[in-house]
Write a protein that binds this ligand. Structure first.
Ligand SMILES: Cc1cc2nc3c(=O)[nH]c(=O)nc-3n(C[C@H](O)[C@H](O)[C@H](O)COP(=O)(O)OP(=O)(O)OC[C@H]3O[C@@H](n4cnc5c(N)ncnc54)[C@H](O)[C@@H]3O)c2cc1C
Length: 500
């Protein structure tokens, strides 16, 4: 075992979509900076970013009902939906920039147009969906959204869901054609290929074990080379912890005050995947339902047309579950090891508060295959068990922290960027809306960690991402230009959009 000391400008930990995007942005903004990546697995994009480990929805709040909660006065709050939609536009603009410059090729290999629909049953849910539709459909960001409670129209929109269905209660759906299916695994791999060409050193099978402050203020990263068994120490002025579920333990090792009082709660997932080509051919949409009472927002059931390995396929889920691992390839001790003196009270408070979630997860873990089929039959009444297999999805580590609104030990369902006060280290925690908003989240990392460089970089960022710093909701003209250009570049034009 030897100890090798190496210096660099930037270290990215983890080869998922987050590090891939930050590395690509930095190479455009500061091409001379030396960047190194350490990934414990032999390839890029094989944890949460892998196409089989996430649902591949380009989250733009076109169909996800949990982004538009009902307020106590009965109105629908669309604030979050607007925010997420605008953030997805940032991602599409950056991907278009990369395609136009030939930095990545064949957008069809990572993004495909697919209608996004919401589907509900029961009088109360139909009334909610109608209100949601009325609140969103006049906003240019959601232009083209349609609502219907007519079974004949729904039959046209999703024949597989209507096949064999007895309609004895109100049902309704919304549909919008500008939705997408994103293969985040393929995109991650493309971005790492691009980074390799840009002379970024990417070290696979290198497991980061520790991060400590060096005497000159830079960071020392201790890395285990899994092939040679050597322990290496690399130093950098800036470290990004993009280790997905593995980010929290590494952030804790930095010892920065901002990492205190934060815990993580892992939620695992399963999808059902259809293996009957005739069934797959009958469906062409991502159809999101409404979460069951007590279910966490990320467990909203959905029936998705997906494009994986150049094939159209059909997935249903996710079913939530519990595993103490923070990564699919993690350890059963991950959860227990993440409990530290500074976060133990936060974690215990969350345990007491989240009894309903615990109960829900236990119920989900105990589901038999036939019970899962019953849930699927709420979407596809004619579903046959012989047509469906189970695939294990990625782990999501939900952030637990103390908040003003929720008090001690509040479970968070969003993503969180935690940075040191001097901006020398940043970590990405949390799961949803996740990869879809990656460009927005990585721009936040740049703003927090490189405030001095931002003045110089702003022009280039705006060239790459024209709506950077601008509200698209307030600028329909810019929205129209951007939408037209990204749809053309990324090949997303399934149907001509008509603007009023
Ligand atoms: C079931 C499920 C469904 C989802 N659905 C969607 C969706 O529909 N749309 C969407 O936008 N998002 C979705 N997400 C979220 C999305 O997948 C994640 O936000 C995103 O992939 C996270 O990317 P990442 O780069 O942070 O992490 P990852 O892709 O997990 O990458 C982290 C990398 O770090 C490596 N690593 C970890 N620890 C170390 C270490 N100590 N040393 C070296 N390397 C290390 C890992 O091996 C891994 O390769 C979903 C997630 C799940 C689990």
């Amino acid at each position: 075992m030897s100890n090798i000391q190496k210096k660099t400008d930037v270290i990215l930990i983890g080869a998922g979509i987050m590090s891939a995007t930050l590395g690509t942005l930095l190479k455009e903004l500061a091409p001379d900076w030396e960047i190194k990546v350490f990934e414990k697995l032999p390839v890029a994009g094989n944890e949460s970013s892998n196409e089989w480990n996430n649902a591949g929805t380009g989250h733009a709040a076109l169909c996800e009902l949990n982004y538009t909660p009902e307020k106590s006065d009965g109105s629908v709050d669309i604030t979050k939906a607007i925010k997420i939609n605008e953030q997805f536009h940032l991602s599409k603009q950056f991907w278009s920039y990369l395609v136009k410059r030939n930095l990545i090729r064949n957008p069809k290999d990572f993004i495909m147009p697919i209608p996004h629909m919401s589907f509900v049953q029961g009088e109360k849910n139909v009334a909610f969906l109608k209100k949601r539709f009325e609140a969103l459909s006049n906003i240019p960001l959601f232009e083209g959204m349609e609502f219907s409670d007519d079974p004949a129209t729904l039959q046209e929109w999703f024949p597989l869901i209507m096949e064999g269905r007895t309609v004895n209660e109100p049902i309704a759906a919304t549909k919008i054609d500008s939705g997408t299916d994103v293969n985040f695994g393929a995109l991650t791999r493309m971005l790492f290929e691009h980074l390799q060409k840009q002379h970024v050193e990417i070290h696979y099978k290198h497991h980061v074990k520790d991060i400590t402050r060096a005497s000159d203020g830079s960071w020392s990263v201790k890395v285990h080379d899994l092939d040679s068994g050597q322990i290496e120490t690399h130093t950098a002025k800036f470290v990004f912890i993009g280790a997905g579920g593995g980010s929290l333990p590494l952030l804790q090792k930095t010892g920065i005050p901002e990492a205190k009082h934060i815990g993580g709660f892992p939620v695992s997932g399963l999808f059902m995947v259809c293996k009957n080509p005739d069934v797959i051919a009958k469906h062409h949409a991502k159809v999101y339902g409404k979460a069951k009472v007590g279910a966490p927002p990320m467990s909203v059931p959905h029936l998705d047309t997906r494009y994986i390995e150049n094939q159209k396929t059909l997935l249903f889920g996710p079913f939530a579950g519990f595993s103490p691992k923070f990564l699919k390839t993690g350890s059963y001790f991950d959860l227990i090891r993440s409990v530290k003196p500074d976060n133990v009270l936060t974690m215990l408070a969350a345990g007491v508060k989240e009894m309903a979630l615990t109960k829900y997860l236990i119920q989900q873990v105990l589901l038999s295959n036939e019970q899962r089929m019953e849930e699927l039959r709420e979407f596809i009444p004619t579903a046959n068990s012989a047509d469906w297999d189970i695939v294990v999805a990625g782990q999501r580590v939900q952030v637990i922290k103390d908040t003003k609104e929720g008090g001690k030990g509040t479970l968070q369902f969003g993503t969180e960027v935690v940075t040191a006060a001097d901006g020398s280290v940043a970590a990405l925690l949390g799961a949803s809306p996740g990869a879809s908003t990656v460009v927005h989240v990585m721009l936040e990392v740049l703003e927090k960690c490189f405030p001095q460089q931002m003045n110089e970089w702003r022009r280039k960022i705006t060239e790459m991402i024209p709506s950077y710093g601008v509200s698209l909701a307030d600028n329909p003209q810019l929205l129209q230009e951007i939408q037209k250009s990204t749809e053309q570049t990324l090949g997303l034009v399934e149907k001509e959009l008509v603007y009023s």
